[in-house]
Write a protein that binds this ligand. Structure first.
Ligand SMILES: Cc1ncc(COP(=O)(O)O)c(C=O)c1O
Length: 403
């Protein structure tokens, strides 16, 4: 080892000692780690990244271009433009019949990602517990840890449609410690949608035990053959819910970075304080685009949903035909097949599938312990690519099938 290398090692150790405990506690995202392997490879079909393959509909882009041409390039109010908040309030009333005051009960954020972080930081004291389903979106666990809370993961299973039940939640409620329940349905990564009755049971529990429900409904518009239930619209729940929603998925607007939170005014005031010192406001052009998304023709969403539905049917049938049994996803744009017939861990499956057949999927273990034995396949990808990916996966599974 050269002297220079020893010095570098010392510097690196020194730097590590100066990383805060809250950052050290986070595990690197299982998705990111996997995509580092992928970068630079050619001919890969990606069923990996969870974002629409459509560009943002043209009328939405045009509205943003026009606003830039008019020179609308300043900060907006911390809470978001009054027009967008008003339109959102109208939208939530007309879709779900839930009544929010646009001036005090709605905050525009930098995607649902920021709204989630703000919700946790606004309501958690150190050591407060937050119950969430496992598997679930990768940021849930981390956002709780970053707010010095304690994540309490409740296992969910394919045989019970990856739904979380009120009775399982109740078993984990600890007096004075459990502060909130974090739900994300339609679910990333499983595509599960909760039945209305099961949500009603959770609502009753939340009211009885005085718990706040943080409901991430970013995939609300991406449901197939069923209606979305908005948690805040359940009887008595508006006062107990922090509703998170966004534009990234339904309007193909991931890069614009706009989302929102709707909640009782005391919670929105606390979230706004944190937001004003950290973000100031969501991007001005993004908010103009989001306003147009809500005000404009909704046919673009309908057409994208129809397209995802066609792909959903192809991928689920294709995976089952290969022998990767697949739970029927009812929302979002993910299929979550079991890979147990290969005897591989989900990480090994994903790494070898990428290396040998150039198909990228995400190991289920990235979403929690109960994701082990599954991989997430995002079908927001061209149909021809899905069909080619299925051919490659068939070759791969036939080679390694154990049973
Ligand atoms: C369940 C869920 N919530 C939140 C987000 C983040 O969305 P946004 O782009 O609005 O920050 C994602 C993105 O994949 C997601 O899947």
């Amino acid at each position: 080892m050269t002297i220079r290398t020893r010095t570098q090692t010392r510097v690196s150790q020194h730097r590590k000692q100066h990383i805060a405990e809250r950052a050290n506690k986070l595990s690197p995202s299982g998705i990111r780690k996997f995509f580092d392997l992928l970068s630079g490879m050619e001919g890969v079909i990606s069923l990996g990244v969870g974002e629409p393959d459509f560009p943002t509909p043209w009328h939405i882009r045009e509205a943003a271009i026009e606003s830039i041409e008019k020179g609308q390039t300043m900060y907006t109010s911390n809470s978001g433009t009054p027009e967008l908040r008003k339109e959102l309030a109208r939208h939530l009333m007309s879709y779900y019949g839930v009544d929010y005051d646009p001036t005090s009960e709605i905050l525009i954020t930098v995607g649902v990602s920021e709204a989630l972080d703000l919700a946790m930081r606004a309501i958690l004291d150190p050591g407060d517990e937050v119950i969430h389903p496992d598997p679930s979106f990768v940021a849930y666990n981390s956002s709780i840890i970053l707010a010095e809370g304690i994540p309490v993961a409740i296992p969910t299973y394919e045989k019970t449609n990856f739904e979380i039940s009120a009775s399982d939640i109740e078993k984990c409620v600890t007096r004075n410690k459990t502060r909130a329940i974090l739900l994300g349905y339609p679910s990333n990564p499983t595509g599960a949608v909760m039945s209305r009755q099961k949500l009603v049971n959770i609502a009753e529990l939340a009211q009885r035990r005085n718990l706040t429900v943080i409901s991430d409904e970013i995939y609300a518009k991406l449901v197939y053959g069923m209606e979305h239930t908005c948690f805040a619209a359940l009887p008595g729940m508006k006062d107990h819910t922090i509703l998170l929603g966004g534009f990234s998925k339904a309007y193909a607007m991931t890069g614009w970075r706009v989302g929102y939170a709707a909640a009782p005014k005391e919670i929105i005031a606390a979230m706004t304080k944190i937001h004003q010192y950290t973000m100031m406001c969501a991007s001005t052009m993004g908010q103009v685009a989001a306003l147009e998304a809500l005000r404009g023709d909704q046919d673009c969403v309908k057409e994208m949903v129809e397209d995802y539905n066609r792909r959903r049917l192809v991928i689920v049938k294709g995976l089952c035909d290969i022998g990767l049994s697949c739970f029927e996803p009812k929302g979002a744009f993910y299929a979550f097949p079991s890979i147990r017939c290969t005897g591989m861990s989900s990480e090994e499956f994903a790494e070898r599938l990428l290396a040998e057949e150039k198909v990228a999927v995400v190991p289920g273990s990235a979403f929690g312990d109960c994701g082990e034995g599954y991989v997430r396949c995002c079908y927001a990808t061209a149909l021809e690519d899905i069909e080619e990916a299925l051919k490659r996966m068939k070759r791969f599974v036939n080679k390694y099938r154990k049973a």
